[in-house]
Design a protein around this ligand. Structure first.
Ligand code: ATP
Ligand code: MG
Length: 256
């Protein structure tokens, strides 16, 4: 299925590459971006390294099919949080103190100090780093944390976002901030599936090929499972009616 524009994800974290944690943010945004009509075309996982992040940003921006780019993780206060620096470098922009974000951090710091939860009312150097973003960055809301998400315009209706990696913050920013404001105006995508029990994938292969030819506007995927032994056939496209018809046709042609 041809779509006008894609989403590219750049997920940052040494712990993801080491296999210590599983990336749960990418599938979360991928499902929603697909539904909104901006399906994900590439997911890159890169280490907490300025140069590696910068290069991934350069690749994503050079990919003109990608009108939405989501970079996540590594925007916190610790020494290994270098994503804002990597993004600035990749965009070829200087890193600057973002005044609004700094004020927000300063007032939160003062409030936490008053509540006895921070030793000083002064913004720490670690927290100040979280307000250093590429020049021209537009600050977005983070309803669940201190780390500010950012948006950068990278062309005609093309946006790059930088999001916190903490999954609950990431999910809330995606749902409450990104989707309603930036993932709109595209033709929505749908998916539907059927399941077969006890059928070898290879026996269905010619049927899938034929139905894909008959339904040029539907893309068909075949996903075998072993426990239990089952075969899921999933159809994706813009017209739910056509998906249902394509799946019905597969059922009709499937070997008994
Ligand atoms: P913080 O302000 O806490 O430093 P951050 O944006 O810098 O947030 P990270 O430092 O990358 O985010 O990660 C914070 C926590 O969220 C870590 O426990 C990390 O393992 C987890 N995390 C980050 N990215 C992902 C992801 N893609 N999937 C699952 N967990 C993630
Ligand atoms: Mg961090």
């Amino acid at each position: 299925v041809q779509v006008a524009s894609n989403t590219r994800l750049v997920t940052v974290g040494n712990e993801l590459l080491a296999g210590d944690i599983t990336d749960i943010n990418s599938p979360y945004v991928a499902q929603r971006a697909f539904t909104a009509g901006f399906p994900v075309s590439v997911i890159e996982v890169v280490p907490d390294d300025v140069e590696a992040i910068a290069q991934a940003v350069v690749r994503a921006v050079a990919d003109l099919r990608a009108s939405r780019i989501v970079v996540s993780g590594g925007v916190g206060p610790t020494h290994d949080d270098v994503t804002l620096e990597g993004v600035a470098s990749g965009l070829g922009l200087p890193l600057e103190l973002h005044d609004d974000v700094y004020s927000r951090i300063a007032s939160t710091t003062a409030r936490l100090h008053q509540a006895g939860r921070l030793p000083s009312a002064e913004v720490s150097p670690a927290h100040r780093r979280m307000a250093m973003a590429a020049a021209g960055a537009k600050a977005l809301d983070n309803p669940r944390g201190l780390a500010s998400p950012f948006a950068h315009s990278v062309g005609d209706d093309r946006w790059l976002f930088v999001l916190p990696g903490v999954p609950r913050e990431f999910r809330t920013v995606v749902d409450d901030v990104l989707l309603p404001a930036f993932f709109i105006g595209a033709v929505a995508l749908h998916s539907a599936e059927i399941r077969f029990e006890e059928i070898a994938e290879s026996r269905l292969a010619p049927v899938l090929e034929q139905v894909e030819r008959e339904f040029a506007d539907v893309s068909i995927g075949s996903y075998p499972h072993t426990e239990p032994r089952e075969l899921t056939i999933r159809a994706r496209g813009t017209d739910p009616q056509r998906l249902a018809e394509a799946l019905a046709r597969i059922k009709e042609l499937a070997p008994q």
